[in-house]
Write a protein that binds this ligand. Structure first.
Ligand code: GCW
Length: 679
């Protein structure tokens, strides 16, 4: 409930009387599912926060306070009339208009989704106790595709999931009771998400059958839930489906029988789900099947699927996470960082219009710190989606606090220099950089059936923030944190400031006691939790740091290394090429240097490692202290949950500190300048 009494009275008057202008093209009683949802959310929010049950007026009143919702003539009205990622879809405006002696609040939008997003905008503003003037806006989502990828499996497990079991599946089937899925759809729509793929990109036997006749009715039930919230449903597919479930003896994308099978499959899917979004595909990656087996390339594979979906407006989202995962550690010329660019850049221009490449934000794999993938800007004639990982696989697994929005902002703000001006990743991703037909953002979800959705209650800020940032990449990480904190914990100044500060400092803290200077992968193999400096050092995954008694780091220069730096545009390639100009935080990603090498900060590499690990462990302890100061000011259940996780983090940060410092002390033999205890 809104605590500020004056504000509550003002909003209660407006929300008490709502006039919903009949949407053009639809008769009374024929509101789309999305518009119904908008009205339902409006009622729910008004009841909860303002204690009013809105009266829906039949005609527009001449005067008096009220909320007017106008569906401007624009894109289609029904749920299948326009795709959520069409240009302009979702835009809305809010303004205050004079009305008799007072004012009324007006929300207008071109589409039903716009109305829904406008309603959420109003409710968010009220929850944050914003003044009515602060709610006036002309809003339009910057990215058209704003997608969530579930890595959920039919058996109910979640690959890299840290928040319980799947809300979608149990024992091989889609759940009967979709109540939790509906709550999730609501959560996602409230921050502007408009697409979701509901199964893991690693598609196993059971999920392969989702696109068979027997699987589709259940998928359609889930699609219906998301439809109410304006979210299009996608499936991850198995490239070898024609073999696995089609009774064919090949999955060759150029084989007529295979092509025909996919055409029939698309027809079947759209019979069940007329607004089906399309396919997400992980092919020829980490042992998943793909076109390579038939001597074909990614364009052949993607285009075949695209052709099948094209008549229905469906999309093929093809992942670029393709690299040799069977590398020999003795082979010094193969560099995993190069792989996506080397595979896909030569195919630029060969993909059909409804194909999008989904590119991970960095060239390796969601490490704590990586440079930006050089593919952004390199492909000029190919639709692209950037992929982030909300689930904290390498960033503390929702046991450690790690607010990721600042990391994503750095990526989106990165200047690629692909065009003389405005070549930032965010411009490429939103499509304006190269005039892409479709583009946007996708991210791996961090949710599960945990009561608080995300395991760590503060990890919710990453899901919330993902949606907000994707809607508007120019929002600051701090603004987003403040929004989330305000809506979650209320507007007590001390609570709001403390939690915001905790969030804002958390990624640098996590980085400081885990991964120094861009060196990634010093984690326990497979689980990816906790320190194991040499865990991956002699493995096939291509993830090395090359530490020896003299130095550490991967030489990716053109001059003496793998040549990876050449994948960037100038001046980035020159900046990364020289250890003198390479940013400290990425030094060991690009260079192999002696422990005594002096950073731009003035410290030696070895001293930097010691200092950051001592300081990082202290900072983790300090996070815990900050939270303790809020005891009694946040509800006891959440207080206890967060306190428990922060205690574990502080303890585990000490462990990280000791393992890393000891390892490098033993390797280098260089003592800590400050004589602190290293075991
Ligand atoms: O980050 C790695 C994960 C795998 C994942 C893969 C991918 C879904 O360790 O679990 O598989 O990336 O993105 O395909």
């Amino acid at each position: 409930e809104l605590r500020d009494g004056d504000l509550r009275r003002v909003y209660a008057e407006w929300f008490g009387r709502v006039y919903l202008e009949a949407d053009p093209g639809t008769g009374p009683g024929q509101r789309s599912a999305v518009l119904e949802t908008a009205v339902r959310e409006l009622r729910h929010g008004a009841g909860k926060m303002l204690g009013v049950d809105p009266v829906v007026l039949i005609g527009e009143p001449d005067e008096g306070p009220c909320l007017v919702i106008r569906r401007r003539r624009g894109t289609g009205t029904g749920e299948t009339a326009s795709r959520p990622w069409e240009k302009g879809e979702g835009a809305f405006s809010v303004s205050l208009r004079p009305s008799g002696s007072g004012r009324r609040l007006e929300l207008s939008a071109d589409s039903d989704r716009g109305v829904l997003y406008g309603v959420f905008h109003l409710l968010r503003g009220i929850a944050m106790e914003r003044t009515p003037e602060a709610l006036e806006t002309e809003a339009s989502p910057v990215n058209r595709l704003r997608m969530i990828n579930q890595w959920d499996n039919a058996d109910g497990s979640i690959e890299r999931g840290y928040a319980g079991k799947s809300i979608f599946y149990r024992d091989g089937n889609i759940v009967r009771d979709v109540a939790r899925i509906r709550d999730y759809a609501r959560l996602l729509a409230s921050v502007g998400i408009n697409a979701i793929s509901i199964n893991n990109v690693n598609v196993h036997e059971q999920e392969t059958r989702f696109i068979a006749e027997e699987g589709l009715p259940d998928v359609a039930r889930v699609a219906a839930v998301f439809r109410e919230y304006g979210i299009a449903l996608f499936l991850s597919i198995n490239f070898a489906s024609p073999l696995a479930i089609g009774g064919l003896n090949t999955a060759d994308p150029l084989d007529a029988g295979v092509r025909n099978w996919w055409t029939e499959t698309a027809r079947r899917i759209y019979r069940h789900i007329p607004d089906f979004g399309g396919f997400v595909v992980k092919a020829d990656s980490e042992h998943r099947p793909g076109p390579f087996a038939y001597g074909r390339d990614h364009a052949d594979g993607a285009n075949m699927l695209a052709e099948a979906l094209e008549p229905y407006g469906g999309l093929v989202i093809w992942r670029c996470f393709v690299y040799n995962c069977m590398q020999d550690w003795r082979d010094r010329s193969t560099d995993r960082a190069r792989a996506a660019y080397d595979h896909f850049k030569p195919l630029d221009g060969r993909f059909r219009d409804n194909v999008l490449m989904q590119i991970k934000n960095g060239p390796m794999d969601f490490q704590v710190r990586e440079p930006v993938s050089p593919l952004f800007g390199a492909m000029r004639q190919t639709n692209q989606v950037i992929e982030f990982q909300i689930t904290q696989e390498y960033t503390g697994q929702q046991r450690h606090l790690c607010y990721l929005i600042p990391q994503w902002k750095q990526v989106l703000d990165f200047e690629t220099h692909a065009v003389p001006d405005g070549g930032e990743v965010k411009r490429i991703v939103e499509g304006s950089g190269f005039g892409m037909k479709y583009s946007g953002v996708a991210a791996v979800s961090n949710t599960g059936d945990d009561a608080c959705w995300t395991g760590h209650p503060l990890a919710q800020a990453n899901l919330y923030g993902y949606g907000r940032l994707t809607w508007d990449p120019d929002l600051s990480a701090e603004e987003i944190a403040q929004e989330w904190v305000g809506q979650t914990f209320g507007n007590d100044r001390e609570v709001a400031e403390t939690v915001t500060r905790m969030l804002m400092s958390s990624w640098p803290i996590y980085e400081s006691y885990t991964a120094p200077l861009g060196v990634g992968w010093m984690v326990v193999p497979h689980t990816h939790y906790g320190p194991d400096v040499d865990g991956y050092e002699y493995s096939r995954w291509g993830t090395y740091h090359f530490a020896d008694r003299d130095g550490i780091g991967v030489d990716r220069t053109v001059a003496t290394g793998t040549g990876y730096t050449a994948q960037y545009f100038s001046p980035n390639r020159d900046i990364y090429e020289s250890p003198g100009t390479c940013p400290d935080e990425l030094l060991l990603f690009f260079h192999h240097v002696p422990y005594g090498h002096r950073l731009r900060s003035g410290k030696t590499v070895i001293q930097h490692i010691y200092d950051t690990h001592f300081e990082g462990a202290e900072a983790a302890e300090d996070l815990r202290g900050k939270w303790t100061s809020l005891e009694g000011k946040v509800d006891s259940e959440r207080y206890a949950l967060v306190a428990e996780r922060l205690a574990e983090q502080a303890e585990h940060a000490r462990h990280w500190r000791d393992v890393i410092n000891t390892y490098f002390y033993r390797k280098s033999g260089v003592p800590d300048e400050r004589g602190r205890r290293i075991y």
